[in-house]
Design a protein around this ligand. Structure first.
Ligand SMILES: [Zn+2]
Length: 344
């Protein structure tokens, strides 16, 4: 089968690899109907050291179950399923607490020796705990929005939960990528009264407004902090969704959080140390978040997508065939595209 393999910074190839197949009795084989390129795929795209063997890429997909292992109970061949970016057994102590990304028997797609989802098919470990069967066909009009349950919608929601978003609160979203835009949807869904998006790309800002952003701050650094404070009676916001992961974005996030507020961070931190640790301390600011347990949120978010109350699939502004995935990486890296869908 064909799959995406990254061999180094800027070096993404479509290669023939051994066919995916169930190995463990708890595995399922899923034929990918739609995959995606993720903002987090751009970090290795910018920095990865050359590797002859390369790294399989992709961790988001909707697909059709082709085969199941002997112990799989909750799905059958032909079912349409959505795949969270991490696999998990659904039964261990962390899964029962809703923290599936810390599953004792879990792991991440597109990492280590496992399959990636920017491919024709993917082996899914712990299929019963990982996959959710969807009540739609593989080519449903809702597919783009359902596909965001793999990662970006669940990740934006996790940022909002970690930032303690709730009714009547003032919220800011740092980052106008797909996760930040889904964070706007999540903040409105959880009842935020004011939602400030920090970003400057006109098309992304327009989409953020349609998703529920009430204010836009296009300044950067200290000017952005000043502007957000102006919009919040000088106090700052209760909740900040930090969806970037750079030192500057965390400095801004802490700078705009009001005393006693919370930052929910879902951008993978690119630094070892936490920026702005002292201001966060003196203002009693909570910094939470991490890899989103998106599996925990699918049952909660799915009805809103099926009923059309939220449309996170609008973050996809480009679709490519599997053979065109290298150009999809380039387009996202050049910020020509917000998020790229892959149609094998
Ligand atoms: Zn588990």
């Amino acid at each position: 089968m064909r799959a995406t393999v990254m061999h180094g910074a800027g070096d993404v190839r479509i290669e023939n690899v051994p066919d995916a197949r169930p190995i463990e009795p708890t595995d399922a084989l899923v034929v990918v109907s739609r995959g995606c390129i993720c903002g987090s795929d751009l970090w290795p795209y910018k920095t990865m050291e050359h590797s002859d063997t390369g790294r399989r890429m992709g961790h988001e997909a909707i697909g059709v179950v082709e085969a199941i292992g002997a112990d799989v109970r909750t799905m059958k061949a032909g079912d349409v399923v959505v795949m969270p970016f991490a696999y998990s057994d659904g039964t261990c102590v962390f899964c029962r607490e809703g923290l599936h990304t810390s599953c004792i028997h879990g792991g991440f797609f597109g990492a280590g020796d496992g399959d990636g989802a920017q491919a024709e098919a993917v082996r899914v470990p712990q299929a019963d705990g990982t996959l959710v069967v969807l009540p739609v066909g593989a080519d449903d009009v809702l597919t783009p929005s359902l596909l965001t349950l793999s990662d970006v919608m669940g990740t934006g929601h996790h940022a909002a939960v970690a930032a303690e978003v709730g009714p009547g609160k003032a919220v800011a979203v740092v980052g106008d990528g797909a996760v930040g835009l889904c964070g706007v949807i999540a903040a409105r869904r959880l009842g935020a009264e004011q939602i400030i998006i920090l970003g400057r790309h006109p098309e992304r800002i327009a989409l953020a407004r349609e998703f529920g952003a009430t204010d836009v701050v296009s300044e950067r650094g200290d000017e952005a902090v000043e502007r957000v404070r102006e919009l919040t009676d000088g106090l700052g916001v209760h909740s900040v969704l930090e969806c970037v992961g750079l030192e500057q974005s965390m400095l801004t996030a802490i700078g705009i959080t009001r005393a006693g507020g919370a930052v929910g961070r879902v951008g993978v931190p690119q630094d070892e140390t936490m920026p702005a640790s002292q201001p966060a301390f003196y203002s009693n600011i909570t910094v939470g978040g991490g890899p989103a347990p998106v599996r925990a949120y699918i049952e909660e978010l799915l009805p809103d997508i099926l009923d059309g109350r939220i449309e996170p699939g609008r973050v996809f502004d480009r679709a490519v065939r599997l053979d065109e995935v290298p150009d999809g990486y380039r387009a996202m890296n050049d910020r020509e595209a917000i998020k790229v869908m892959v149609e094998p």
